[in-house]
Design a protein around this ligand. Structure first.
Ligand code: GLN
Length: 318
């Protein structure tokens, strides 16, 4: 069976292997740590691991702790980038952020001062995502927050999606590093608006509550170049999705993106609450939750599970 035929049959048949792979990957949770620099995230269940997969025919595979609700954190950066691109176009966006991986951790501000012109290297590190938050259009702060939430609701097909107020407050109170980055960006002329307002948008989109199923729906749209293949609705122009997926490959798993490209070979984005959004182009959207993180801030069991899946089904895009 060639690869494309194999993929067509993937979801209806995958259930037989999946529980075993989830169980095996779960063993790694003990070697990870739940993020605690945002105190509210420390409440995450260190032993949890869940995966939800969805294809264009609506076939689903769902194994493990899939009912866990968690905040999107950095995964949201992919979709705020898309919204900013739709609001402003490529030229304005790439005036504020670059296109290169940093090789540094997601919250580093090292290169901001080191490399001129002092714009964040890419939109998936914290500094870059903060710059992107300043590009979200709206008549007022409230309007911008509503537009962001609406866009995530549309992308997940989940009208009940909400900002998690506790996590938002927790981020707000533990954000000295992000705050210093934002002031630095303001001084460099990257941020044009009030720093607190920009950070307010950034913390809000990081603290949207989702499940693996929501992530798989968002991922499926990326897998189909901006269209929801189940409803036929066009959500994002193909060019912008292409940009977002390129960033996911080069920077989506922080400074472990190169290793992930070699071991798994799929565009992906992780968040510090333990989520991973990934996709098989033209085929499947995947959402994972596993709050135990490795030293780079990626779900330790989630990455292991994706390695097994990718190896078994030869899913690497390379
Ligand atoms: N809200 C988090 C922060 O600003 C997002 C980081 C992440 O998921 N890597 O630090």
């Amino acid at each position: 069976m060639d690869n494309s035929t194999k993929l067509q049959h993937l979801l209806p048949n995958i259930d037989s292997h999946l529980p075993q792979w989830v169980d095996d990957s779960k063993q790694l949770c003990q070697y990870g740590k739940v993020a605690s620099y945002i105190p509210e995230l420390a409440k995450g269940n260190i032993d949890a691991l869940g995966i939800h997969m969805l294809d264009a025919h609506g076939n689903e595979a769902s194994v493990g702790d899939v009912n866990t609700v968690f905040t999107m954190q950095s995964i949201s950066k992919v979709f705020t980038l898309l919204l900013a691109l739709m609001d402003n176009g490529e030229e304005i966006v790439f005036h504020k952020v670059g296109m290169e991986p940093t090789g540094d951790s997601f919250n580093s501000m090292l290169k901001l001062e080191l490399v001129q012109p002092g714009i964040p290297f890419n939109p998936l590190i914290n500094a870059g995502a903060i710059a992107i938050s300043s590009l979200i259009q709206g008549d007022s702060q409230q309007h911008k927050l509503e537009r962001v939430l609406q866009f995530f609701r549309k992308s997940t097909q989940n009208e009940s999606l909400q900002y998690n107020e506790q996590v938002y407050q927790s981020e707000l109170q533990s954000a000295d590093l992000n705050r210093s980055m934002a002031y630095f960006l303001k001084d460099n002329g990257v941020l044009e608006h009030n720093v607190d307002d920009v950070l307010d948008i950034y913390f809000h989109h990081c603290s949207i509550d989702v499940t693996c199923k929501d992530l798989s729906r968002m991922a499926l749209i990326l897998a189909y170049n901006g269209m929801n293949p189940i409803t036929g609705e066009a959500i994002v122009p193909k060019r912008y999705v292409q940009i977002a997926k390129s960033f996911m490959v080069t920077c989506g798993m922080y400074n472990a993106s190169g290793q992930f490209a070699i071991q798994v070979g799929l565009p992906a984005k992780s968040g510090v609450a333990g989520g991973i959004l990934t996709l098989v182009q033209g085929s499947i959207g995947i959402g994972i939750i596993g709050p135990a993180l490795n030293s780079k801030g990626n779900s330790i069991a989630g990455v292991a599970l994706l390695e097994k899946l990718s190896a078994h089904y030869d899913l690497s895009m390379f």
